[in-house]
Design a binder for this molecule. Structure first.
Ligand SMILES: CC(C)(COP(=O)(O)OP(=O)(O)OC[C@H]1O[C@@H](n2cnc3c(N)ncnc32)[C@H](O)[C@@H]1OP(=O)(O)O)[C@@H](O)C(=O)NCCC(=O)NCCS
Length: 173
């Protein structure tokens, strides 16, 4: 097993950098219907695709920016249940928060617990003054969660490669 870099700890969760060991978990998450519908199809169909996605996405982001999407693990069982973290996209000036969880772990406050800790980390450890989030206008569970951690709707924006405009939420400290 590759040595893991732990980034955040909450009462029930550990957030750690994604690595090759997480390929099977990412393969499952990226192909859940709700991920495909609300976030998009990353074209990841095999464990090898998932490993390449981890290296070219999250790992490249840790190296370039010092942050990225992290695996969220349940402390009590060691299971990976989702991803949560910060992204710097070429198409946006500000850093945005992102999250996705396996459906079987929804509704237990895990997304809230990890997103609140990630926002706090972005502000107080990374020193980010402004953190945003992008969501499709119909993604009510994501919108509710963003509002619960203190982000507010600002405007609609058209992102490159998206068919229709998204909602942009923001938090300024
Ligand atoms: C968006 C997403 C992460 C939300 O996940 P979730 O599991 O519903 O989120 P949570 O469990 O943290 O919060 C949901 C509710 O559970 C409640 N809850 C249940 N048990 C809880 C507990 N033990 N402790 C705290 N809260 C609890 C929360 O209060 C919250 O309810 P509320 O919003 O009515 O107050 C999830 O729907 C998802 O992964 N979607 C697909 C990917 C996606 O769309 N990502 C966002 C792209 S922008």
């Amino acid at each position: 097993m590759t040595s893991r870099v732990e980034v955040l700890s909450t009462s029930r969760l550990l957030l750690h950098q994604l690595c090759a060991d997480d390929a099977e978990f990412m393969l499952e998450l990226l192909n859940e219907e709700t991920f495909l519908l609300n976030i998009g199809d990353r074209g990841v169909r095999t464990p090898a695709d998932a490993a390449a996605y981890i290296v070219n996405g999250p790992v490249a982001s840790y190296e370039q920016f010092g942050f990225g999407l992290y695996a969220v693990e349940l402390k009590k069982s060691g299971e990976s249940i989702g991803i949560c973290g910060l992204l710097k996209r070429e198409s946006l000036d500000d850093v945005d928060i992102g999250f996705a969880f396996l459906e079987k772990f929804w509704g237990q406050g895990y997304a809230y617990e990890s997103a609140a800790a990630t926002l706090d980390y972005g502000r107080n450890v990374l020193g980010l003054k402004r953190i945003i989030a992008i969501t499709t206008p119909t993604n009510q569970s994501s919108i509710k969660l963003l509002e619960k951690i203190g982000l507010r709707f600002e405007k609609m924006i058209q992102m490159p490669g998206h068919h229709s405009p998204n909602k942009l939420f923001a938090s300024d400290s």
